[in-house]
Design a protein around this ligand. Structure first.
Ligand SMILES: Cc1cc2nc3c(=O)[nH]c(=O)nc-3n(C[C@H](O)[C@H](O)[C@H](O)COP(=O)(O)OP(=O)(O)OC[C@H]3O[C@@H](n4cnc5c(N)ncnc54)[C@H](O)[C@@H]3O)c2cc1C
Length: 511
């Protein structure tokens, strides 16, 4: 194969010349693309000026930034199709983008690529109260689905904390979760059908309006594929009836391991609460100062368990939960007695991220998963890491499914602190793997956790992931270099990797 001469360094010219030539090439590339796009799609918005594309340079993982060649604001499936065909023709990589709230850099642009924003495709196509489904364009916000279904007494269960802003297209790409997913399932369990466009412009349908679809379950393959397989243009989701009653039990523990064991005991008893969330002492103190939710700031861990259903079901479940929590060593138990009190209990958990923002100029939100029995041991390991990396970490998490969200506090203006935060984060993820868990729960791999994938999966397993990617996108133009690390990248990571302050093969000199 002959390498594209445009990407080879030319030794006969100075670095300054080479930089300006690269800029010239970039400008010519985007000009040619822009001319063709404007000819084919006169109504389609393409942003190319630096100040116009700057707001798209990162997603919620703001530590990683890159200006793209351009940003296309698509308004219809036909436009998505035409843009993808054009990009495929010019070999221009494409990064799909919803609301840009992702926390793993999945929507971060590529220098030589175009960002394709789906945020303008925000039509609710229909809400069918009889079938209990809603059909939506990809840019519809998660919360807007429940708002549209509310007059029929229905709602869409997966509820990421970012639901006020994030889009259903982004939720599908990340297989997003939330507090209610323990009982009602993740995005993958609540989507019936997806229409999507592949990089060569082909429209495909995955799943169906019926409860099951013939053939291979490619819907489950697409959900969670982080915008690397196809661009979602239409979605049909399942709606469920709003519960008549909901109540929360708030329990305090004087030891995080005891709190973690209580979580495992609840699930083992056969109760699946509508929400089962935990905060460690540092997190409880931070949110209490911020929103005054009435949390026990002396406790080592606070557990919030929500029960929902008919009044009889809730009363019975709350009684079982209370007995069980007492037997598991809870030091204080409170039960919400009104809707206002239930919302106050949750306000602390829901404001944990902004509360972390008040403690430190920056925080780095990790997202790993461990078996429930490993929650306590992981929290103890994180405490040791705080000393090793000389950084504070507060913990709030979806305890019911072992999905941890350690928030590492650091100052982004101090490069050394940022590097320590990155290493701290990688150490947490790899400890999750060691304890039998995974490097992500719901935020995806993106660019953030791509090296940790080398620790979780073997070369052979990653080759299989690439084979699936190849089936959808043989030219590797759709959100490339995200999610799945190459063998070369993993070999490099293995050589440079510092784990727990220890380099592999310390006897080998490094330059
Ligand atoms: C404060 C805060 C709280 C959060 N809480 C949660 C939480 O509780 N649970 C949770 O799961 N996540 C949470 N997140 C992460 C984030 O909100 C979710 O991952 C969300 O699904 C991203 O949606 P988005 O529209 O912003 O997608 P973006 O960030 O724009 O994109 C995310 C990924 O989806 C791809 N993509 C976007 N649209 C499409 C499309 N139409 N077709 C194909 N690919 C597409 C992008 O390429 C990218 O890889 C939180 C984020 C923040 C900032």
């Amino acid at each position: 194969m002959i390498a594209d001469p445009g990407y080879l360094p030319d030794r006969s010219i100075s670095p300054d010349d080479s930089e300006s030539m690269a800029l010239g090439r970039r400008a010519r590339r985007i000009d040619a693309f822009a001319q063709e796009l404007r000819r084919e799609l006169p109504g389609c918005t393409l942003l190319t000026d630096k100040e116009d594309v700057a707001p798209y340079e990162c997603d919620g993982l703001a530590a990683y930034r890159q200006l793209p060649l351009g940003v296309v604001l698509a308004e219809s499936e036909a436009q998505v199709q035409a843009v993808l065909r054009l990009c495929a023709h010019h070999s221009i990589p494409v990064v799909p983008r919803g609301a840009g709230t992702g926390l793993s850099g999945g929507a971060m642009p590529l220098r030589e690529g175009v960002v394709l924003s789906l945020a303008r495709m925000r039509k609710i196509i229909n809400v069918d109260p009889y079938a209990r489904t809603a059909t939506l364009q990809p840019g519809v916000r998660n919360l807007a689905i429940s708002e549209a279904a509310s007059p029929y007494g229905l709602y869409y269960a997966p509820d990421p904390s970012s639901q006020i802003a994030c889009t259903i297209g982004g939720n599908i790409a990340e297989n997003s979760g939330g507090v209610h997913c323990l009982k009602y399932g993740l995005t993958v369990n609540n989507v019936l059908r997806v229409r999507a466009v592949t990089m060569d412009g082909e429209i495909c349908e995955f799943g169906s309006h019926a409860p099951d679809a013939p053939g291979l379950d490619l819907l489950a393959v697409l959900i969670g594929s982080e915008g690397m397989f196809a661009i979602v243009t239409e979605v049909t989701v399942r709606l469920i009836p709003k519960p008549k009653v909901a109540q929360v039990v708030m329990a305090s523990f004087d030891d995080v391991e005891v709190g973690g064991a209580a979580v495992a005991a609840i699930i083992a008893s056969g109760i699946i609460p509508a929400g089962l969330e935990m905060l460690d002492r540092a997190a409880a103190q931070a949110v209490e100062e911020f929103v005054h939710a009435g949390y026990d700031t002396g406790a080592a861990a606070i557990l919030l368990c929500e029960s929902d259903g008919t009044p009889e079901e809730v009363a019975e479940e709350i009684e079982r939960l209370t007995t069980l929590l007492e037997a598991q060593g809870a030091t204080r138990i409170e039960i919400s007695t009104s809707e206002a009190e239930r919302l106050r209990f949750w306000s602390g958990r829901k404001n944990a991220f902004p509360a972390a923002g008040r403690l430190s100029p920056d925080y780095y939100c990790m997202d790993g998963t461990v078996p429930r029995r490993a929650i306590g041991p992981l929290l103890l390991r994180i405490r040791e890491m705080e000393k090793r990396y000389q950084l504070r970490c507060i913990n709030v998490f979806h305890a019911g499914d072992g999905n941890m969200h350690p928030l590492i506090l650091f100052n982004g203006n101090n490069r050394d602190e940022w590097h320590r935060a990155e290493d701290f984060g990688a150490d947490i993820l790899e400890t999750c793997v060691e304890l039998g868990g995974t490097v992500t729960g719901e935020h995806g791999i993106g660019v953030e956790k791509i090296n940790s994938m080398c620790v979780q999966f073997s070369d052979g397993e990653r080759d299989m992931f690439f084979a699936v990617k190849h089936a959808f996108d043989p030219q590797r133009l759709l959100n490339p270099d995200k999610g799945i690390p190459t063998r070369a990248r993993c070999a490099e990571y293995g050589r440079l990797h510092v784990r727990g302050g220890l380099l592999p093969h310390p006897e080998i000199p490094r330059f």
